[in-house]
Design a protein around this ligand. Structure first.
Ligand code: ZN
Length: 227
């Protein structure tokens, strides 16, 4: 009774299309759930995400869960997760994707899940890192450790559009660093971000992690886009 009243006063909306959620629906409506553009890239060794790193950095395995289309369901999900504090979206997607990744996780024996870090200042502004809940759901379901202190972001990045390509590459390469001990060597890190576009951020993170001796890197993102 009370629950019905609360629902009436504060109706829950679908995070994908904004329609009213039915009582048995959570996070997204059934229509959006059926329409989620799953890439199924985890089944392909040479997928779009992997190809972004060809000849650039050595990656053991990489894939993205969903295709990102402007004005689509995935854009809404990412927006609500990133800017509107709907962190439950990350848990929902992480629980779902962990199920698809069980065999991959066994095969690659990932040591730790590493989120792409926000700068401390941005973290304070937003209050959370948008990939944390997704990472934690993967970590719990796949029984892989979660480490958010190893990799960190150096500078608070403002617009880099005015810098030359070379200067930008240099900035990107010094954007991230690692605080590690000998206990961190020889591990296979699973680096996680929300959306992969050019792959430059993930490349910079991977380069920082590769400073640790005998490191292997894999990459997973929630969504994939070319632009
Ligand atoms: Zn919907």
């Amino acid at each position: 009774m009370l629950k019905n009243l609360i629902n009436l006063l504060f109706p829950k909306l679908c995070n994908g299309c904004n329609s009213l959620l039915l009582q048995n629906e959570k996070i997204i409506c059934t229509d959006c759930r059926h329409q989620l553009p799953l890439t199924q890239h985890h089944l392909l060794k040479d997928n779009y995400t992997t190809k972004k790193f060809y000849g650039i950095i050595p990656i053991e395995f990489s894939c993205a869960m969903l295709y990102f289309h402007k004005k689509g369901v995935v854009q809404n999900l990412i927006h609500n997760l990133k800017y509107r504090n709907h962190q439950e979206i990350g848990t929902f997607l992480g629980n779902w994707y962990a199920n698809d990744l069980k065999e991959i996780a066994k095969e690659h024996a990932f040591s730790e899940i590493i989120p792409v870090p926000l700068h401390q200042k941005r973290l304070k502004e937003r209050g959370y890192n948008q990939v944390t809940t997704f990472c934690k759901a993967l970590s719990e379901n796949l029984e892989i450790g979660y480490n958010e202190t190893l990799l960190y972001r150096n500078v608070y990045s403002k617009s880099q559009t005015k810098k030359s390509k070379e200067a930008r590459a240099e900035v990107n390469n010094s954007l991230f660093d690692v605080k590690y001990t000998t206990a961190d060597s020889g591990k296979h890190f699973l680096l996680v971000d929300d959306v992969i576009t050019s792959g430059a951020t993930l490349e910079a993170c991977a380069r920082a992690l590769l400073k640790i001796p005998n490191t292997k890197i894999s990459i997973i993102t929630i969504a994939y886009t070319d632009s």
